[in-house]
Design a protein around this ligand. Sequence first.
Ligand SMILES: Nc1ncnc2c1ncn2[C@@H]1O[C@H](COP(=O)(O)OP(=O)(O)O)[C@@H](O)[C@H]1O
Ligand SMILES: [Mg+2]
Length: 311
Amino acid sequence: MTAPDTRSARVKAGALEVEHVALELGGRSILKDASFSVAAGEFIGVLGPNGAGKTTLMRAMLGLLPLSKGTIRVNGEAVVRGNPSVGYMPQTRSGLAGRHLRGRDFVAMAADGHRWGLPRASAAARADVDRVLDLVGGRTLATRPLSELSGGERQRLLLAQCLLGDPKLLLLDEPLISLDPRHQTGVVDLVRSVQRELGITVLFSAHELNPLLNSIDRVLYLGNGRAALGTIDEVITKPVLSQLYGSPIDVMRVNGRIFVMAGDVEVDKLDHAHEDGPEGHSHSHDHDHGHDHGHDHGHAHHHTGTHSHDV
Ligand SMILES: Nc1ncnc2c1ncn2[C@@H]1O[C@H](COP(=O)(O)OP(=O)(O)O)[C@@H](O)[C@H]1O
Ligand SMILES: [Mg+2]
C-alpha cells in the first residue's frame, strides 16, 4: 500500500486515473478507450448526450460494473466496491417527494445502512449526521418532512447523505435534473462551496453546461464511446464536440453562455427529449411534483437525431 492520502500530504496527482478503459453493457460498447486523470481537489463537470455513458462510468468508478479493458484508480488505488473514500449520489431519486420522513432521519438512514450497519445510530454516526447537515446548511431542514421540502432542499439532504464518512471523491449523477434554474444555481454553488471547504474532488454530471460554467475547473465530455477532459476552452470546441457527437456541431458563445448546436437545435434539448423516450429505462425525471421547471424540455423534437451517434 502507498502512503495514506492525508490532506497534509497534499497529494495532488491522481484523485482519479482512468487508463484505456472500455465499458460494455449487455454486450454493447459504451466506452471504447477512455483515458484521463483528475487531480485531487478538482471540480469536474461531466457532460455528454444522453446515453453517452456518464452513469455507467460513475458506476464503474464505484466498482459496480467490471471494466472490459483498462484500469481505474481512485486515490492511487484500484477500484473496490464500497470504498468509503468515494461518495455517490445516484441519478434515480424518484419517490422522495412523497416521503414523510424527517430530513434528519433521511440523512441518518444512509449513515445507518451503508456505513455502520447497525439498527440504532451510534454516537459516531449521529455526530457524522450533524457534521454533514452543517456542511450543507441543512440543520433547519432536519426536522421537516421530506414531503414539505422543495426540490432544491431535498437535493441538499442528498448531498449531505453522500458526504457521510468523509469521502475524498464525490460522484454526483445529474443533481440538477428536474430543478428549476434558480434551484440549479443554488445546488451548483452549494456543491462548489462544500467541495472547496473540504478540499475534495467532485465529478458532477449534467445535461446542460451553462449552470456549471462558472463553477467547474474542467469538463469531462463523453460521446461516441470516447471521453475528452480539459478546460472549457479546450473541450467545448467545434472539432472536439463534432467528434464526440459523431456529427457536425457548432459552438456559440452569447453573453457568457455557451450553446452547443447540432444544426439549429441545442444538443441539451435533444438530450432531454431523448431521456423521456423508449430507451429511458429506469431513469425518473420527477416531472410530476408540481413545481415549475422554467425551461423548455424540447419534447417537440423528434428522437431520431439523437440516436444516430448512439451505436
Ligand atoms: N443494463 C443495460 N444493458 C444494456 N444497455 C444499457 C443498460 N443500462 C444502460 N444501457 C445503455 O447504456 C448507455 C449508457 O447509459 P448511461 O450510462 O445511463 O448514459 P448517460 O448517463 O450518459 O445518459 C445507454 O445507451 C443506455 O441505454
Ligand atoms: Mg445518466
